[in-house]
Write a protein that binds this ligand. Sequence first.
Ligand code: FMN
Length: 387
Amino acid sequence: MSNILIGITGGIAAYKIPELVRLFIKGGYNVKTVLTQKAHLFVTGETLEVLTGNKVYTDNFSEDDIINAEHIELAKWADVILIAPATFNTVGKIVSGIADNLLTSVIAAADGKKVVLSPSMNVNMWDNPIFQENLKKLKSLGFGIIEPGSGYLACGDTGHGRLPEIDTIFAAVKKYMERDKGYVEKKYVITAGGTEEAIDPVRVISNRSSGKMGMEIAKQLYFKGADVVLIKGRTSVEIPSYLYTIEAYDTQSMLKAIKENISNNSILVMAAAISDFVVENQGNHKFHKSELNVLKLKKNIDVTMAIRENYEIPVVGFALENGMDIERAKEKLKNKQLNAIILNDVSAIGNNISTVRIIKENGYVSDKISGSKEEIAVRIVKELKNI
Ligand SMILES: Cc1cc2nc3c(=O)[nH]c(=O)nc-3n(C[C@H](O)[C@H](O)[C@H](O)COP(=O)(O)O)c2cc1C
């Protein structure tokens, strides 16, 4: 379990930080918070204390704080220190080597390489050359900087300087901590969800795939620092805002999106449940009830094979087999010339938990891996490193 110290300064966006704290706690982190005096204008210490289950550190040094030299202890305790929002003022103080409150004292005592800042302020403050110089200096010293969002600002102006979405900050910190050279500079194109094949302009045939497995794999690869493109069909999960996502609902659009996004250094992960059939007697107008008595199906194209035939890139497939039949999965791996296949049971579809086996072209068959799709994605991504 990692320790994260979240420093909160006196920016208007501080009111969003309790939600961010919840996200880190849900993600399995131990969270402690340090507030500047001005931060108290925008967020209450009591809320943070209840959420973190830890004392909230402020500038009101108690006798204990002095005896324990809290700023040194907190700097050592933290695996990562996030300042969100980071004000113009606090950024300026850190760059100038000023340590006149608990938060800046913690930063003075910490290795800059474990500090990540999410600055947020009015666009004119952001564009101020003094601030831009400060940012440059922080980056050159190894501090992590989370780029701000753009749009309508709390002060009424429009432009950059907005605190990014909470899940984007969470992901940026994860990426900062989990970045792995084995994935950086690799591009993963991941398909997820079920396709929809038209019966007529209104109706479709589809399947119960939620898109969760593909999305979780995309998230884990993103945390490792990979370049990730998620191509999604119909999904029933919320896709995080930090994932670059392309929507492609039917097989043909999915194939087109894959072709447009893969290149020679890509790895394709085919987690989408692509329909085995398409409708032969498809209507170009909405069928009246009396018009459609029989739905004629024909075999759909094989997207994986269509890619295989034209591109020499690693491809990871999925097999959803009754009873997790290893031999059938091996056959599929061979027929489609896959580099690896993830075998899962039919019960995985639309479910939050699953059991899988990872089978590789060299004959490796993993044990049964069971757990949440997030846990399984962590393991799959580990295996993808050597593909
Ligand atoms: C209503 C209000 C909102 C503010 N919002 C921001 C902000 O979003 N970003 C920022 O850099 N400063 C903002 N400020 C200015 C800071 O609060 C001020 O610079 C303060 O000294 C920061 O102290 P700290 O860095 O110790 O928390 C705001 C001030 C007020 C009164």
